[in-house]
Design a protein around this ligand. Structure first.
Ligand code: FE
Length: 136
C-alpha cells in the first residue's frame, strides 16, 4: 500500500533546490552528464529526494553512457508510476514517485537483460538522495 503524500506547491518550492523543483515538479530534465550520482558506484540505496521513499539499490545501477544515472530494476515496482509524456519534445515513458508524484526520469527497454526485459530506469540524480549501506 502506498501512502500518497500531497503538499502545496509553495512547500515544494521551499524544500527543494531550484533545479530539483524544476525537474521534479516542473517539466524540465537534468542536464545530461551533470548528475551527482552519474558515476557513483558505492553500495547503498537511492531514495526519492521529495519524500524519502527508497526506490533503487546500487545493485541494479549500471553505466549506460547516456548522461543520466541508470538502474535495471526498482526496489519495489509499485513505488514507481509511469505515464506517457513529451518532455523535451520527445515522446517517452515518464517515471514518477508514486508516493509524492515527483518526476524521477524515464523508462526505456534497452537496458541489460537481467530479471526482466532490458528495463532501464534513466533517473535524474537531483531527484534522488543516496544513502550508503552494506545491505543494499
Ligand atoms: Fe517521492
Amino acid at each position: 500500500m502506498i501512502d500518497y503524500i500531497s503538499r502545496p506547491e509553495e512547500e515544494w518550492k521551499k524544500e527543494l533546490t531550484k533545479e530539483q523543483y524544476e525537474v521534479m515538479r516542473g517539466d524540465t530534465v537534468e542536464i545530461p552528464y551533470t548528475g551527482e550520482y552519474l558515476t557513483t558506484i558505492k553500495r547503498g540505496f537511492y531514495s526519492c529526494a521529495g519524500c524519502g521513499t527508497e526506490l533503487f539499490s546500487s545493485k541494479t545501477k549500471f553505466d549506460h553512457g547516456s548522461g543520466w544515472a541508470c538502474f535495471s530494476d526498482t526496489v519495489q515496482e509499485d513505488l514507481l508510476g509511469t505515464r506517457f509524456g513529451t518532455r523535451l519534445g520527445t515522446e517517452q515513458t515518464e517515471v514518477f514517485c508514486n508516493t509524492c508524484k515527483s518526476h524521477m526520469g524515464h523508462l526505456f527497454k534497452d537496458g541489460p537483460v537481467t530479471k526482466n526485459d532490458g528495463t532501464r530506469y534513466s533517473i535524474n540524480s537531483c531527484s534522488l538522495t543516496f544513502k550508503k549501506s552494506e545491505k543494499r
